[in-house]
Write a protein that binds this ligand. Sequence first.
Ligand code: PEP
Ligand code: MN
Length: 342
Amino acid sequence: MIVVMSVSATEEELQQVAATIESRGLRSLRMPGGDRVAIGIPSAIPTDVREPLFQTLSVLPGVEHVTHVSRPYKLASREFHRADTVVEVKGVCFGRRQIQVITGPCSVENYGQMRTAAQVAKASGATVLRGGAFKPRTSPYAFQGLQQEGLKILQEVGYETGLVTISEVMQPDLVGVVASYVDILQIGARNMQNFPLLIEAGRSGHPVMLKRGPSATIDEFLLAAEYLLHYNNAQVLLCERGVHPLDRGYTRNTLDLNAVPVLKEISHLPVIVDPSHGTGVSRYVPAMALAAVAAGADGLMVEMHPNPREALSDGAQSLTPAQLQTLMAQLRELAQAVGREI
Ligand code: PEP
Ligand code: MN
């Protein structure tokens, strides 16, 4: 952060700015310029201090303006990498003009279910097939996923249909196993700050889609992405999937679509939106999927089940094959209107 003082700022005003910075436990650095002085903060500023400090400094006497010159995350920021990052997985590019649609059921349940889902996905124009095999369930009594058996099924139907595959990994020691079956590793919302998992997924070099935690700020989200990048994995997709809602009775989460233009501005990484977990209600999914494309998302993750009423997880938010077809047609039209394609 740099505080640029006005030309007429007095010594007293300069000292007040320095004292305000130092009262937060930070170092201040006076940087005399041609006709004015700037005061910089040369160290990392804790996330919870940054915004309030920015506001306080902005209104001090003698201050002309305050700018963030350096963010807590480096590799994930546009300051570091100006051009959009394109993540290419088997010819499917995230971060270019084409919007990629990831679809499939919440959980892999059996071969027949996945085969049907894959055929529907393929016919709809989606490029990536999802299916959870290791499931993060709130209750230990809920379906936990078919685990390695599920990964085998996903790999098989992905191969049969030529779709790229994605599935969640929940623990560091399983990164290698999951990566051996699927093309993209998913790090779920609940594990966004599972640092050993981020480190292992980073080291794997395998493409990763990182979901935003339900209570994570944008900075925390990008710092989690920073772990992946720091451990030498440049193939990172960010996924907004909703934050804790105010209105619990209506939607499961609140899809934070503000995050899309914000992330696109401050980071170079492709942004995916998941309106399924974002709403938790299948009838709201199309509206939010369309809104996400209008907001500038590079991809969507939409849960679809051959028979949502029989789904072992997240049936209430899963589209039917017919609903997915209808949505894809609407998305295609909208994409064109905003200079994209599907
Ligand atoms: C999922 O994609 O099925 C999932 C569990 O998502 P999230 O981590 O966003 O809750
Ligand atoms: Mn789900």
